[in-house]
Ligand binder design. Structure first.
Ligand code: ATP
Ligand code: MG
Length: 224
């Protein structure tokens, strides 16, 4: 069963007197255990779509369901804190904190049940994603871009969510780092049964996905 279902989703922005539709009647379904890539030209609405999936924007028309329950039945904050992990192109970490503290922040605002020894869990998670103890204790600004993105992925996973959404997560890293980051996303989908949805301009990323969705005016086309 799909963990995320999108039904007849439309979204517009007001442009003076004009109502300009960025998304029009989008239907899609996302399952756990799969790695999805969303492609589309600049301005085709990818970030808008991901923001709606991540409850960072209010749904205007249509429905998004998470495990069969409409977002409308939830408080948007609760979705963001408890059900979904987000990863961004520019990492969006807290600069004056260490890597492990960034992960602990996500753990401190969730309402999910987490193990008692959060710090140990955070170190282990970072280590699993390739951030050693020494690096975990460093300010994130003292880490490379690729390392910062690993920390951001650890933060997204810290609350043990089933869904990871990423907006151009490899947009700021070189090709070999991109390959490493994609391997992490693939592992999360295939080994840890996460639903991973990645917006990208990179054909390399898309080639590794289980499903490619291309956003165009009027809806998705899908290749499996
Ligand atoms: N808050 C906003 N107010 C008005 N227009 C907006 C807003 N956010 C996005 N748009 C417009 O909606 C369209 C789609 O934007 P969006 O950021 O979703 O595209 P995108 O596919 O992510 O593009 P890119 O690949 O460049 O990141 C663009 O024309 C953009 O200018
Ligand atoms: Mg975008």
């Amino acid at each position: 069963m799909a963990i995320l279902t999108v039904k007849n989703l439309s979204h517009h922005y007001q442009d003076g007197d004009m109502r300009r539709y960025v998304l029009k009647d989008i239907n899609a379904a996302f399952e756990q255990g799969k790695f999805y890539a969303i492609l589309g030209q600049s301005g085709s609405g990818k970030t808008t779509f991901l923001s709606l999936l991540g409850a960072m924007d209010t749904i205007q028309e249509g429905i998004i369901e998470i495990a069969g329950t409409s977002y409308a039945k939830y408080d948007a904050n609760a979705i963001r804190r408890n059900l979904i992990g987000m990863v961004f192109q520019s990492y969006n970490l807290i600069d004056y904190m260490t890597a492990v503290e960034n992960v602990l922040v996500a753990m401190s605002i969730t309402e999910r049940e987490l193990p008692k020894d959060r710090r140990t869990v955070a170190y282990n998670l970072l280590d699993y994603l390739g951030i050693t103890r020494t690096k975990a204790d460093r300010l994130v600004t003292r880490l490379s871009g690729g390392e910062q993105q690993r920390v951001a992925i650890a933060r997204a996973l810290a609350t043990n969510v089933d869904i990871i959404l990423a907006d151009e997560p490899t947009g700021n890293v070189d090709e070999s780092t991109e390959t490493e980051i994609i391997e992490i996303f693939k592992m999360l989908a295939h080994k840890h049964n996460k639903c991973v949805v990645v917006v990208t301009h990179s054909q390399t990323v898309a080639n590794e996905a289980d499903v490619i969705l291309t956003l165009r005016k009027g809806g998705f086309t899908q290749n499996e």
